[in-house]
Structure formats: C-alpha cells, structure tokens
Design a protein around this ligand. Structure first.
Ligand code: DGL
Length: 256
C-alpha cells in the first residue's frame, strides 16, 4: 500500500494545470501524482490578490494534509499571489511554482517582439513587473491579458470557433509585431492550435511547463525522493460532477 507521502501534489484553479502535469509525467513517468483543480472557484485571474491567496492556501492545506512529498503550483496566478507565503508556511515541503517563461523567450529570441499572454492578476503583480523590467530593455514585451479564454478551456472549448474569435480580437493590434508568445497561464497551452492558426505557425509559442517539471525533478532528486514505480495519476476537482473529471482525463491523455 502506498501512502500519500509518495505523491506529488499538483494544483491549479481548474483544468489548466493538467498542461503542467503532462510535462511532469513525461519527465518523471515513475511518480504518483495527486491533481487538484479548483474549477468551482475558477477563474482566479480576475479575482483580488487576497482572494487568490486564500483559495491557494485552502487548496494547499487540503493537499498537504494528505502527506504529499512535494507541491507543484501549476497556476501562474496562484504563484504570483502566494508562492512566498506558501514556502514560509511549509518550510519542510518542496514547493515549486510555475511562472511565465519570459526568460526562455528573451534568451531564445533576443531583440524580438514577445507577447506575454497571462491573466490580469499575473500581469499586474510585482513578480511579473520585475521580470518584465529585466527583459524589456533587450526585447519588445507586450502584455496580453486574455479575458474569457480560461472559461472556454474549462468548458472543453479550447479549440472552438468562439476561442478563435476571441483570439482574433485579442491579437488584431499585434499582428506582424510578434516573433514569440509566452503562454503565461497554464490553461493556454490547450488553446495552442487555435493561437497558431490566428498568429501563424511562424510565431513561436513557449510555456513554463517543461522548466517547472525539470525543476521539480531536480529538487526531488536532490532530496533523494525520486521514485521509479509504475506511475499513477489521481485527478480530483472541487466541482462535484463527473463532466469536469472526464474533461480532465481527456486533457491529460489528449494530443494537444
Ligand atoms: N491556470 C491559471 C494560471 O496559470 C489561471 C487561470 C485562472 O484565471 O483561473 O494563471
């Protein structure tokens, strides 16, 4: 019998963190994952910082009480609101938080036009402001909040005509100005096909999922906590219906 001590907890405001879970599973297939999506309270990105902090702490408590060995905050919004306080509250636990991959984009495309798609909260928080100041001298960085996109992904409509219409309106002022776009919300990789259709395949799309997964592996290895078992994923959600778990499973196993 495995105890939850062996599990890596992965948390997001909804189904978006499953894009990170896919990277985690690829990088560490032999681990056990306990995923919690807070779809009942999504989206987080249009809430106040205090609300996101409270929701993040409630989710973390729920997961940590089960005795997990690491917590991956697979939500850029929750990371920007609460990662420092979470690390302070759980000093014994490995706590990793995803952030918009602006460094990766700026290093890979020096001097380029880089759009950062993220939630309004992520884009206005100090953490991102500091990151942006570091790179806007070498790159043209455009903030691209995308209201409504998280909801479409939560409804299983990431690759729908509605999503494409929303993206067309969002990118209209930036066409021809972007060489790369950072997907700074974990829901957005599920809309990558629609984003590429609107922007053109030549615009590179980058996200922090792979970096977060590698950092998690590095920290577990350092602590001697890596496991090489058969692997397992337990998907849970704050919404009580089966639809959200079906969508979660589809997003986990799907191609996009
Ligand atoms: N998936 C989350 C992120 O990475 C936020 C989505 C939301 O607004 O709830 O920022």
């Amino acid at each position: 019998m495995n105890t939850k001590q062996d599990y890596i907890a992965v948390f997001d405001s909804g189904v978006g963190g499953i894009s990170v879970l896919r990277h985690l599973r690829r990088v560490m297939p032999g681990e056990r994952y306990l995923y919690f999506g807070d779809s009942a309270n999504a989206p987080y990105g249009t809430r106040t910082k205090q609300e996101v902090e409270a929701l993040t702490f409630a989710a973390a408590r729920r997961l940590v009480e089960q005795g997990v060995k690491a917590l991956v905050v697979a939500c850029n919004t929750a990371t920007s609101a609460a990662i420092g306080d979470l690390r302070a509250a759980y000093p014994e636990l490995i706590v990793i938080g995803i952030e918009p991959a602006l460094k990766l984009a700026a290093d890979r495309f020096p001097g380029a036009g880089i759009g950062v798609m993220a939630t309004p909260m992520t884009l206005r928080e100090e953490k991102f402001e500091n990151l942006m100041h570091r790179y806007e001298t070498v790159s043209r960085v455009y903030k691209l909040p995308a209201p409504g996109l998280v909801e479409l992904v939560e409804q299983g409509r990431a690759d729908s005509p509605e999503t494409e219409a929303l993206l067309k309106a969002l990118f209209a002022p930036y066409l021809g100005k972007l060489d790369a776009v950072v997907l700074g919300c974990t829901h957005y990789p599920f809309a990558a096909k629609a984003i590429s259709r609107v922007l053109g395949e030549e615009v590179a799309l980058l996200d922090g999922g792979d970096g977060t997964a590698r950092e998690t592996r590095r920290r577990l290895e350092e602590a001697g906590l890596l496991e090489n078992g058969p692997g397992e994923v337990v998907l849970t959600n704050s919404l009580p219906d089966g639809d959200i778990l079906r969508l979660s499973r589809e997003l986990l196993e799907g191609e996009s």
